[in-house]
Design a protein around this ligand. Structure first.
Ligand code: GLV
Ligand code: MN
Ligand code: MN
Length: 414
């Protein structure tokens, strides 16, 4: 299957599956994820794969290698999305991986290793704030304490998994055996402007930036907006505003640091009531873990200082932490060789976005193929990728598999 139109058709079909009527949102274990998994399962079967779903809801297709004991090369990405998402972040990698296997299947080719295509159940972490739930379970580093987390509607992660048809008590069974793995390769849109700026369709990733997500609460006192003098107020939202500005200032003056407050809730939430409570999310990233840790420590202290100064209570809790990881130079080198067959330059760039590859790198060599996206826009419905670039990416993935097979035969004499 080398037709980019068919790949785009599949990406578009997935983009129609949403839990919100007029925008694309597909979160962990939602009915929309079930429907997306069903659609992708059909494509996996059509590509000659045996399909299974694990205890947390990852969808996996297995394409057998030349012999039943063949090791496994993993290809994949995620099928969950952010709120009001673009259609390529995640699904494009899954659909490309399926297309590669379909090409082998149609030509009746078996490789000296098996291929597993994994469509991860949660990379974005929208529903439970903590990201990579799917790849963490697959890589055997899921923290069972996370099962007690509640979503915005009070549903625990354990119940959400059970309702989806998974098995919260058996998450450990989703762990793959690292000894069986050759590596993990993920194709993904760049989500940044670098490839476009360099006039290149494709590149590979050197390292994935570490990230921390924190939950911050300021508690003050609600009161009458007309009668409470300014110096007697305990306005939690004003404290939050100060912290937001502190995060922006720190990131602006620290090279390579990015800090974002993407969610804020102020209560009780009336035009004429002083906010007594403010809840914020904080997302901080840097390729160097020590810089990120220092920033978090500083912002934690700043939150305390702001609260003290205003006579409020504050709570600062880390809810997700992922260290910066380097990609495999061997796998990236093969992708690079395949890229050079199609474009004049092989660009290697770091990823500021998080990816399942960052988790998979803990248990096997991992690499990423980046695909140019329009104006670098992502996590937004206007995310856009050219069909011509998708065609090049598929060519690179197909060649990569052939090259990896040759290399494997040389090393193992099979
Ligand atoms: C996921 O896309 C992230 O980088 O937050
Ligand atoms: Mn994303
Ligand atoms: Mn993604």
């Amino acid at each position: 299957m080398n037709d980019p139109k068919e790949i785009m058709r599949r990406v578009n079909a997935l983009a129609k599956i949403s839990e919100e009527a007029d925008r694309l949102t597909r979160t962990f274990t939602s009915p929309a994820m079930r429907q997306a998994n069903q659609l992708a399962a059909g494509w996996l079967r059509q590509a000659g794969m045996k399909v299974r779903r694990d205890a947390i809801g990852n969808l996996i297709g297995h394409y057998a290698g030349e012999n039943p004991r063949s090791k496994i090369l993993l290809l994949g990405s995620h099928l969950d999305t952010v709120r009001d998402a673009g259609k390529f972040d995640g699904p494009l990698g899954v659909v490309l991986a399926i297309a590669c296997v379909e090409n082998l299947h149609r030509r009746k080719i078996r490789l000296p290793f098996a291929i597993e295509v994994v469509a991860f159940a949660d990379e974005e972490g929208v529903r439970y704030q903590t990201a990579y739930l799917g790849s963490k379970a697959f890589a055997g580093c899921f923290d069972p304490k996370d099962l007690r987390r509640k979503d915005a509607g009070g549903i625990s992660m354990a119940s959400a998994i059970e309702n989806f048809g998974g098995d919260a008590a058996k998450i450990k069974s989703a762990a793959t055996d690292p000894k069986q793995l050759i590596g993990y390769v993920e194709a993904h849109i760049e989500q940044g402007p670098v490839l476009e700026e360099k006039n290149l369709a494709l590149g590979t990733v050197t390292a994935i930036a570490g990230q921390t997500r924190a939950k911050i609460i300021f508690k003050g006192r609600a009161g009458h907006a007309g009668t409470t003098p300014m110096d007697l107020r305990k306005d939690a939202l004003c404290a939050a505003a100060e912290l937001i500005m502190a995060a922006e200032n720190l990131a602006r003056k620290t090279d390579g640091l990015v800090a974002t407050v993407g969610q804020i809730h102020a209560g009780p939430g009336a035009v004429n009531v002083i906010p007594g409570e403010a809840h914020l999310s904080l997302d901080v990233r840097h390729v160097k873990d020590s810089t990120r840790h220092a920033a978090l420590q500083r912002l934690g202290q700043t939150a305390l200082k702001i609260a003290r100064k205003r006579g409020l209570k504050s709570h600062f809790e880390i809810v997700h932490e992922a260290s910066s990881v380097a990609c495999s130079t061997t796998l990236s080198g093969l992708l690079g060789k395949a890229i050079l067959r199609r474009q004049k330059k092989w660009l290697q760039l770091p990823s500021g976005a998080g990816h399942d590859a960052a988790v998979m790198a803990k248990i096997c060599p991992a690499a990423m193929l980046f695909i140019r996206c329009k104006e670098g826009v992502s996590h937004h419905p206007s995310e856009s990728v050219k069909a011509a670039d998708v065609k090049l990416a598929l060519g690179v993935m197909n060649d990569f598999l052939q090259m990896a097979a040759e290399k494997y035969r040389q090393i193992h004499g099979v």
